[in-house]
Design a protein around this ligand. Structure first.
Ligand code: CA
Length: 225
């Protein structure tokens, strides 16, 4: 999953960036409202962490911009030192999904991210069980019965994303964005997504003969299970 941090306090950005990267997220940052707008208009994010006090404007303006974008999939968590109840209510009313007052604990941020993911995908816990496979979205592990399956970081991310969005066709571009990040920086002609899916198929097939991925011609992949 990919996360955009919109925050001008560079030491905080670095701290959050390092923590979330270690937790397996693809993280990007924007230090100004303008650069955040540019990124939001081009890319789709799973999460946007939004500071309200930006050097060139108010985070609430960005929230309004986001609201006008069709088919958004991102969840917005407001990060702010402004602890007033009014700001909190205003943020939630304007479409933010959650709110953290600075200073906040990184583990709490992570817990909120996972809680939003569970809510969004209607999961009862951090573990998804399908046909003997157990995918833990928090620990980022996958087991078949008691056997741990060793996936690379990207293979796990691809599988996790397709499982969370099962029954939906996920385009290669969409997968690239959510697993690798900013699509502008990636050569879109390459077939690296297919290569990863092929390896993933091979690894999963060693445990059970399940045809996980339907290849949707010239678009991408879908899990129908
Ligand atoms: Ca700020």
């Amino acid at each position: 999953m990919n996360i955009l941090i919109v925050e001008d306090e560079k030491s905080l950005v670095l701290e959050v960036y390092e923590f979330l990267s270690k937790e397996g997220f693809t993280v990007e940052n924007a230090h100004t409202k303008r650069s955040a707008e540019e990124k939001i208009l081009v890319n789709n994010y799973d999460f946007i962490l939004l500071d309200l006090g930006l050097p060139d404007g108010d985070g609430f303006d960005l929230l309004r911009t986001l609201k006008n974008i069709k088919n958004r999939e991102d969840a917005v968590i407001i990060l702010t030192a402004r602890g007033s109840v009014d700001d909190r209510i205003s943020g939630l009313e304007q479409g933010a999904d959650d709110y953290l007052a600075k200073p906040f604990s990184l583990n709490e941020l992570l817990a909120r991210i996972h809680a939003i993911t569970r809510r969004k995908h209607k999961l009862e816990s951090n573990e998804i069980a399908i046909k003997g496979f157990k995918i833990n979205i928090q620990n980022r592990t996958i087991y078949y019965n008691d056997d741990r399956i060793n996936l690379t970081k990207k293979e796990f991310e691809i599988f996790n994303y397709l499982v969370l969005n099962k029954k939906r066709v996920i385009s290669r571009t969409n997968l690239t964005e959510h697993v690798w990040g900013d699509i502008l920086e990636i050569n879109s002609d390459s077939n690296f997504v297919d290569v990863h899916v092929k390896n993933l198929r091979k690894k999963l097939a060693q445990f059970a003969p399940i045809d996980w991925f339907e290849t949707v011609r010239s678009i991408g992949y879908r899990i129908n299970i």
